[in-house]
Design a protein around this ligand. Structure first.
Ligand code: PSU
Ligand code: MN
Length: 304
């Protein structure tokens, strides 16, 4: 029995060595409200197709680890309630029990690597949470980047995190953090985090070559590409700072922790910005899908 359930377009593209971009599903089930989540998921897939690559949204459906969903599967996932949020720790358990769950960045990377997909586009990765020195909340996404060979295109770590600590952990784990087209690290809803990124690259070919070189050296792990949100969609850091402080304080006073923290903060920031954060989130995901497709195309064109 094959572990993965590949959609027909994904199976065909992989067999031909054509470019494929993996996509996560937690952003659909836990990151955005219905029906904007479905609209976003469809647009992201269309953006990747328009660039000439094949999208592969990953999720566990009734125990099957699906790589590539059809429109009906996408729609039922977007509408579902109480879906599990799966990471490295619980992916296999959910599959063994025949459950249904959305994959985070970590679980999506695991599925992508198994399928032979080397490029993955998302919004933001998980990182080191504020107060990590007390609560030890560090996303499993960081460990995954250290061990699974997938290039992940995001818009930087979410500004709800402790960004300097997130960069330190990524450095310790040996994960290249590459700002795309600028020196500053982008911070999800804002173009700049007020921190210099460790690395900078300016075109998809360089990023594809660096991934190939990493593989040739036998180094485990992936690369993190941080693509700044388009200027017209950004929410400046100064505007967001008090909103994040308020959302974080609310999470604390309601005792929200663990897996629920990121979804809670995203929802609270959505309310406090009257929906502006969602518009920015959608814009940055589409922007990342486009860059992810271009990187996947350069990867598939490299000599093997
Ligand atoms: N990016 C978004 N929205 C999201 C996420 C990422 O724009 O909801 C999800 C991803 O699936 C990521 C997860 O892996 O949040 C991180 O969760 P945690 O902090 O619990 O590890
Ligand atoms: Mn966490």
């Amino acid at each position: 029995m094959s572990l993965l359930s590949l959609s027909a377009p994904v199976a065909e593209a992989l067999a031909q060595g054509a470019p494929v971009v993996a996509l996560e599903s937690t952003i659909i089930t836990h990151g955005m409200p219905w029906p904007r989540n479905l609209e976003m998921a469809r647009k992201v897939e269309d953006t990747i197709r328009a660039e000439g690559a094949v999208p592969a949204t990953v999720a566990v459906i009734e125990g099957k680890l699906c790589v590539g969903l059809d429109d009906a599967q996408l729609e039922s996932l977007a509408q579902a309630r109480g879906v599990a949020k799966l990471s490295r720790a619980d992916l296999a358990v959910c599959m063994a029990q025949g459950g249904t769950g959305a994959t985070t960045v970590a679980a999506t990377m695991i599925a992508a690597a198994r399928a032979g997909i080397t490029c993955f586009a998302t919004g933001g990765i998980g990182g080191v949470h504020r107060g990590a020195e007390q609560n030890f909340d560090i996303s499993a996404d960081l460990q995954e980047l250290a061990q699974t060979p997938v290039t992940v295109v995001c818009a930087g770590a979410k500004a709800i995190l402790d960004l300097p600590k997130t960069l330190e952990v990524l450095e310790t784990l040996g994960v290249p953090v590459i700002a795309y087209g600028q020196d500053q690290l982008p911070a999800f809803w804002s173009r700049e985090a007020g921190l210099r990124a460790p690395l900078r690259m300016d075109n998809p070919l360089e990023i594809a070559r660096a991934a190939a070189m990493r593989a040739a050296l036998g180094l485990p792990g992936g690369q993190l590409v941080a693509n700044p949100i388009p200027a017209e969609a950004e929410i400046p850091r100064e505007v967001l700072a008090p909103v994040i402080a308020r959302a974080t304080a609310d999470a604390e006073s309601h005792g929200i922790r663990g897996k629920s923290l990121t979804p809670y903060l995203l929802q609270r920031i959505f309310e406090l910005t009257e929906g502006r954060s969602l518009e920015a989130n959608i814009a940055l995901v589409l922007h990342n899908a486009k860059l992810g497709a271009r990187i996947a195309m350069e990867m598939s064109a490299l000599p093997r």
